[in-house]
Write a protein that binds this ligand. Sequence first.
Ligand code: ATR
Length: 268
Amino acid sequence: MDKYAVFGNPIVQSKSPLIHRAFAGQTQQELSYEAIFAEEDKFKERLNEFLASGGKGCNVTMPFKQQAFQLADKLSERAQLAEAVNTLTVDKDGKLLADNTDGAGLVADFHLNNVNLRDARILLIGAGGAARGVLKPLLDEKPEKLVICNRTLSKAQALAQRFASFGRIEAEEFSDIQSAFDIVINSTSTSLTGGLPPVSAKIFSSNTVAYDMVYSDSATRFNIWANDNGVALTLDGLGMLVGQAAESFLVWRGVKPEIEPVIKLLRN
Ligand code: ATR
C-alpha cells in the first residue's frame, strides 16, 4: 500500500489524515496517510526516515514549508513563486518533487462557493508566507486588480513587485484603504490570537465576500467583524485546507477528489 504523511510541529491537531483517508475512500485508492511530528531541528531526518521506509509523498505544514522548499530536488513554478512547499512527491528516479497547492486550494474554495474572481477587486491583507502562497493562483483568475496591504508596507511592496508580471497588483498602506472591495482576504495571523488587522471597515459592502484563511469551530473574529459590517458572505480557511489537500491528492494519485463532502464531514 502506498504511504503518505503530513509533517508538522505541532501535528496532533492535523485534519490532513482524516481528509486524505476520506479522499482515498471516495476515489477507491488504496493508501495510508499518517501525521508525523518532527522536532524543530529534525525535519530532514524525519523526512528521510519516512522516504527510506517507502513513503511516496507527503504534505508539509508549519513550521517546515521553507525547509521543504530548500530540500527539494525540483520545484514547480507555483512552489518557486511561493518560496514555500506544502507537497512533496518522490518520482520514479527517487527525486523529490516539490509543489505548493495552497493557492489552488483557496481558488477551489471560492469556485465551490460560486464566488467569481474574474474582474473582481480583491484586497489581500497580510504579506507573510500565507499571502505569498496564494498570489499567483489568485492573479491567474484575472481579477480587475489585487491590492495587497500589510502592517510592514515594504513586505507588501516587495510582493507587488515580485508578482507584477502576472496581473495588476498594487501595494498600499492600511490607512490608505478607504473603499470597498468585492473580495477581502485576511491572510494575517491576527485571527489566531483573536485580533483584527487595523483596516477601515470601509473595505466591506453588501456585495463583499470576506475570506479568513484561518478557521476555527466558531466564526473567526475577522468574519464576525465582516458580518457586523453587512458583507454578502463570509468563508473561513477550512475549505482552503480541504482544497489544498485535494490538489496534493491529484499530484500524487492523478485523480481529483470532491472537496464538498469532505468539508461537510469536517464541519460536522
Ligand atoms: P504566515 O506564514 O501565516 O503568513 P508570517 O509569514 O509570520 O506567517 O506572516 C504573518 C502576517 O500577519 C504578516 O503579514 C504580519 O504582518 P507583518 O509583516 O507586518 O509582521 C501579519 N500580522 C501579524 N500580527 C499582526 C497584527 N497584530 N496586526 C497586523 N498584521 C499582523
